[in-house]
Design a protein around this ligand. Sequence first.
Ligand code: COA
Length: 389
Amino acid sequence: MNIGIDKIGFYTPDQYIDMEKLAEIRGVDPAKYTIGIGQEKMAVAPLHEDAVSMGANAALAILDDEDRAKIDLVLFGTESGVDHSKSGAVWVHHLTGIQENARSFELKQACYGATAGIKMAMGHIALNPDSKALVIGADIAKYGLNTAGEPTQGAGAVAMVLSSNPRILALDNDSAALTKNISDFWRPLYSDYAIVDGKYSNESYLSFLNDVWGVYKERTQRDLKDFEAVCFHLPYTKMAKKAILSLTAEASKEDAERLMSHYQNSIIYNKQVGNVYTGSLYLSLLSLLEQAPELKKGSRIGLYSYGSGAVGEFFSGVVQPDYKNYVNKGNNEALLNTRRELTTDEYEELLEKALPKDGSNIEMNTEQIKDGKAYLAAIQDNLRKYAVK
Ligand code: COA
């Protein structure tokens, strides 16, 4: 029985900052951001959007009534959780109208959380072939104004329905994971901003890739020639270029060129959104599926997930016939192309805005919110109130 991704949806806030304009106010050559880092636009979340509302919106974009009746597992991967106790999954379950006899919980391991969800969902479906699982990766990446990480921020969510006989990507049951206790990136409980040792994080990302790819190859006897494309976790799009160069250092010219040409398709969405942490790898997969010319039947895609701290995993899947009929290229392009550009002043003000931390109430201004979208409506008596407009 094949198990894998049957549907995939995406959401990002409807406002962004242009990277060239950000470079200008930071006194940096714009090419550093657009070429050196590989980002064109960066999504910025308004106060009424958080991991929960964005995750719900990504799911609302794909769920139908049959999914709502069959999903009995809701897995919410995030490192931008909104409560120390209650999981984002419970709110998403409610906001999307999934039937009540479901398990819902949150998974955390930096940017690896959604991959953990996928692996768990595969096991669940293997035992319960008629079930479906909803797996979400939703995050706001924030390093703060005037930091080295500033041009690699972003906000957004990816939601996937996993099922048997999936229509988009059948996942192989072969994978290789690695865990090591390192300190390349973390976010203390008291801080809204992540702390990152960027150079060390890049090195760790690549050394974990080298390790898990080696184990994967040995276990499966597959090599680069068996992959039409490889998608990567993308803290910024240049990172995957480094990864491909490292993977293909001793590869044939044909393999290296094929992977590099698909890389261009796999970064189109991430370039316009920035880092969405847990969802980044899956946004890259979505970009490849929607933006590359139709991949041949049976094409295998490699997936590299990396969550600082750190856990890395290399796994793979096979695209399904007619998968192009089950993705939503038009909707996702419209979502990206209808966003409002923030001025640099608006961006700076927004990035520093935070919800009250002293228990006081707040009511959100709902004018900007589009019909059908989930949002954080208020905090009252220390309780977050979400709604769908
Ligand atoms: N034109 C073109 N490229 C330029 C340039 C210019 N004018 N100026 C600089 N660059 C290139 C550099 O050569 C470098 O490329 P390389 O990495 O291929 O060598 C790249 O732009 C970045 O420059 P660098 O000086 O290394 O930038 P930085 O010290 O400001 O840091 C990051 C960049 C990515 C390390 C930093 O933004 C960061 O830490 N981000 C967070 C990373 C993260 O999220 N990690 C955790 C999850 S995996």
